[in-house]
Design a protein around this ligand. Structure first.
Ligand code: NI
Length: 439
């Protein structure tokens, strides 16, 4: 009887950063069966295995696909439309009026373009909060990416009840969709846009549907002060007193925190999505990342939307995360390269609720793998792979992207999407939106 194993995809002669630890496996190999990593290490693929497809990984580094813990993908539509403004003026006068005019098709192409950009910069999973989420799900399905999707809910809006109903339907229809690549959550926007009664309803629904919550928390000092004034508690303690952290939570930003807040985030296992570039651009402040990590809080990285960044590259986000903490603490040892890498991979997986599935290259994990081309002048000599990825690699060095065992990009060519067509459609949508706007 023939007992030889079938390998759907083998990557050979590749240096591997597994993110299980800092060690690099030199000239290793990875064997993928279906959507999973079956073999990883030195000469681990059985010699009689039947290899269906093979990639030569020479001069490349394989690592887990990057995980963007907080974004609003379709906001690519507004990239470069309104810059250099304070957060509330930016939202009230520029972004929200345009968002009120969004149509389903705009969100579809906005998200597809975001997927193109994310794949080309090595991101394989993203956590999104937006509107028209069935369009977002369609884009995720087509692109081949993995995503954690939540419909944004503004509790003070007149349609808040309907939006929560719509969220329920979305969760029921899409949780586990796209061969399990889509996970659904609920997305109450923030404590300052969602009153306590509304948040309590959301928490109840999350419990019934057994899904997580994705919310902005303590992004600006004005939010911190407003919540303190209204409820006599910090945003973190206000949400905790409502019972929100009993539900698996992605808390985006967490810039303004007391020491007690940090203890609550650690104790309740809240996943924090740190967005250094957005926080810098909107001058929201510097999140106490080093302190949070040392206190045992799970911190992942996010780009936030392309309108407040203005890039969706997680490679840039890692770099800014490390540099910002160093200069903030006046300490070059704060957030070293490997810590920044963890925030974009293994710790990010915990933040978005996919721990044990993605974020690490190990047997039994999903085959979400990127190959970075190290045969580039700006990457020689190869002293320290981790430092290079955080401080020297650019998005354009990402050569190959594999998600759920499928090759999504090879030699920088996207295999699931027509890049030019998506860009043209997005450009048309964005121009129409601005043209019809009265603002
Ligand atoms: Ni955001």
């Amino acid at each position: 009887m023939d007992s030889a194993i079938d390998i759907d995809l083998a990557i050979r002669d590749v240096d591997i950063l597994t993110m299980a630890d800092e060690e690099i496996i030199k000239n290793g190999e990875i064997g993928i069966v279906g959507d999973e990593i079956k073999f990883i290490g030195h000469k681990v693929i059985p010699s009689d295995a039947r290899i269906k497809n093979e990639i030569n990984g020479s001069k490349m580094v394989a690592m887990p696909g990057l995980i963007n813990c907080h974004t609003h993908a379709a906001m690519t539509l507004f990239r470069g439309y309104a810059d250099d403004l304070p957060l509330m003026e930016w939202l009230n006068e520029k972004i929200w009026p345009l968002e009120a005019r969004l149509k389903a098709e705009d969100v579809y192409y906005g998200t597809l373009l975001a997927c193109v950009e994310m794949i080309k910069s090595g991101t394989t999973t993203f956590a999104d909060m937006y509107f028209f989420m069935d369009e977002v799900a369609k884009a995720v399905e087509k692109s081949g990416m993995r995503a954690v999707l939540s419909r944004g809910l503004i509790g003070v809006a007149p349609n808040a009840k309907e939006a929560l109903e719509e969220s329920k339907e979305f969760v029921q229809g899409y949780n586990g969709a796209a061969d399990g690549r889509i996970t659904a959550m609920l997305g109450p926007h923030a404590p300052y846009t969602c009153p306590p009664e509304f948040l309590k309803e959301v928490i109840e629904v999350a419990g019934i549907l057994d899904v997580g919550i994705h919310i902005h928390v303590a992004e600006t000092l004005s939010e911190y002060e407003e919540i303190m004034k209204k409820y006599g508690k910090t945003p973190v303690q206000h949400l905790n007193s409502l019972g929100l952290f009993e539900v698996k939570t992605i808390a985006a930003h967490c810039v303004h925190l007391s020491d007690e807040d940090i203890a609550v985030l650690a104790e309740k296992k809240v996943g924090v999505a740190h967005n250094p570039k957005s926080n810098m651009k909107l001058a929201s402040g510097i999140a106490p990342v080093d302190k949070m990590i040392k206190s045992g809080v799970d911190v992942g990285l996010g780009t936030d939307g392309a309108a407040s960044n203005n890039s969706l590259s997680m490679i840039e986000e890692m770099r800014f995360a490390a540099l910002l903490q160093k200069v903030a603490a006046m300490d070059p040892t704060a957030v070293p390269a490997y810590a920044a890498l963890k925030m974009a991979t293994v710790d990010a997986a915990k933040v978005v609720g996919l721990e044990g599935k993605v974020g690490k290259l190990a047997q039994g994990f999903k085959a979400d793998i990127i190959l970075i081309d190290f045969d580039k002048p700006h990457l020689y000599p190869h002293h320290d792979i981790c430092a290079h990825i955080v401080y020297a690699v650019s998005s354009a060095d990402v050569d190959t992207v594999i998600i759920d065992g499928k090759v999504i990009m090879k030699n920088r060519k996207l295999l699931t999407l027509d890049e030019k067509l998506v860009a043209d459609k997005l450009e048309y949508s964005a121009k129409q939106l601005v043209k019809t706007s009265h603002f």
